[in-house]
Design a protein. Sequence first.
Length: 304
Amino acid sequence: MARRTLVAAAAIVLTAALAAQEASVTQEAPARQTAPARQAAPVAAPRDVLTIAVFGEPAMTGTYTVDPDGAFEFPLIGRIVAAGSSARELELALVKRLADGFLINPQVTVELEQAARVRVFVMGEVRAPGAYQLTGQATLIEALSFAGAITDAAARQALVLRPRDPNRTAPTLPAGPPNEGRPKDAEVAPGENPDAEVIRINLRELQTGILRNNIVLQDGDTVFVPKAQLVYLSGQVRSPGAYPVEPGMTVLQALSLGGGVTDRGATSRVRIIRVIDGQSRTIGVELTDTVEPGDTVVVPERFF
């Protein structure tokens, strides 16, 4: 039967509480489970198997598989679009079409017999990388949840590799910046890689509840969470260590990741150790200067 969509983001925690409330109401008063409640059930997706029964019409009763285009062929009335519709919505659509010159007062029931399985690969900075079989309209949050969520070393961006040929495995990640003009939450790498489309998802926005970034995955997709690029804090910093660096991050912002400068730190003499052309160089910087991946920010001790 249809599975319930997995909830894996803090922004969706309320959904679990609502589901528990619905279960309690169902146990106390099962007779009140009406058609509107069925409409909230999971919607059909390509490759799902539907069981359709038409009262008094055994030739129409049976199982139907939703084609990749989201529709299926039904006796007498031809193609019916199923993808995105609940079982109740499909019942109403079939009743309307059958009543239009084919049957008198048709009675139709639709059940989602078997949800399609989507095989995706989750790799990189996740706690349990591997291949996962998901059902129905599998989303990015669902795939990351199955993989145990991202690690502390993960970058703030995930890459979804989508093979252009569905019969081939996703190729190696292409190089290069994302296209200009696309939304930041779903940028596509330029066409230097002919084998796959690369969709870039901002995980920071997704974790804060911007669910438009929660894209629906397709069979054969590979979700890759790269390791964050780091900046290193040393000297008179409250919590020295390595921290993820983001484009445009300033020295002051980097120091704030480590809790800021101690009372003994000299903010006027902060310097950066940076590898340039294979050689380590020390650069004097201002707090408003930007840091680069691999930089070591050193805060010296004050003279007095």
